[in-house]
Design a protein. Structure first.
Length: 263
């Protein structure tokens, strides 16, 4: 079982913070949970104590991440129930097997696995294109994929449509920080948003043309331009904190020239 930080906070305070983060009223939450709005009010003010089943029901309705469901349970006086195993733990064999097959099966195109903080967990051989020529300090463990994507000494210096990709990634990171309540993401957002790129206009707005379908990454690679788009997959029914926070990002060629280059 992963360690759960114990804070001097009440269940009502934690519940209220998640309800407000989800922009849900007490009445709306009560309807979804099958209780009265008065009961939700009493839970938030401490006039009522929830059962463990009610804590889990409210967490499910508010889509609270598993890591923070443990925090809710602890604040209500219950033991955490969601384990947090290392990816290399023996019990995680089936998860590792699935990840390895997805990564290998996606070659010759890049694919990688990241955790909730965008730290690199695993990658296939083709993903080496993102680390080639990158300074050693950016490759120190844990390698952060968001830093690699936007740092001017890494992919940020090779993206031909940096302004557009940067705006998209910063928006995604900010939304993830708000939705997850993870302070690490907020700090990461502020860090990568502070990167400077001399001579690059970061205020360029892309106006979609009639033929646009996706916003590609346009990467300068020697004498070629590689154009790619990505898909992101997660595990569908996680019951472990680590598994719930893993995401698999796969890169696909956006044109035949890029596909031929990878082949």
């Amino acid at each position: 079982m992963g360690a759960v930080a114990v804070h001097d906070e009440s269940f009502g305070d934690v519940l209220r913070s998640w309800r407000q983060r989800r922009r849900v009223s007490q009445l709306d939450l009560a309807i979804e949970a099958g209780v009265s709005a008065r009961h939700i009010s009493f839970l938030e003010t401490g006039r009522a104590r929830p059962s463990r089943a009610m804590v889990l029901k409210l967490a499910e309705e508010l889509e609270v991440p598993l890591r923070h469901r443990n925090r809710l349970l602890v604040s209500a006086g219950f033991a955490p129930i969601y384990a947090e195993r290392a990816v290399r733990a023996p019990e995680m064999h089936v998860v590792r097997q699935a990840l390895d097959r997805i990564l290998a099966g996606h070659e010759p195109y890049p694919a990688l696995v990241v955790d909730a903080a965008w730290n690199l967990v695993a990658a296939n051989r083709a993903a080496g294109m993102f680390t080639d020529g990158v300074p050693a300090e950016l490759l120190a463990e844990p390698v952060n994929v968001m830093r690699l994507s936007l740092h001017p000494d890494a992919m940020g210096g090779r993206l031909l449509n940096l302004a557009e990709v940067r705006a998209h990634l910063l928006h995604r990171l900010r939304r993830q920080a708000e939705a997850s309540g993870d302070g690490r993401l907020a700090e990461l957002h502020d860090e990568v948003a502070s990167y400077t790129y001399p001579g690059v206009d970061l205020n360029v707005a892309h106006v979609p043309g009639p033929g646009d379908i996706l916003l590609p990454l346009r990467v300068a690679a020697d004498d070629r331009v590689l154009s790619m788009f990505t898909t992101i997959a997660t595990f569908g029914t996680p019951m472990d904190v680590t598994v719930s926070e893993l995401a698999i990002e796969t890169f696909w060629p956006a044109d035949e020239e890029t596909a031929a280059s990878f082949r």
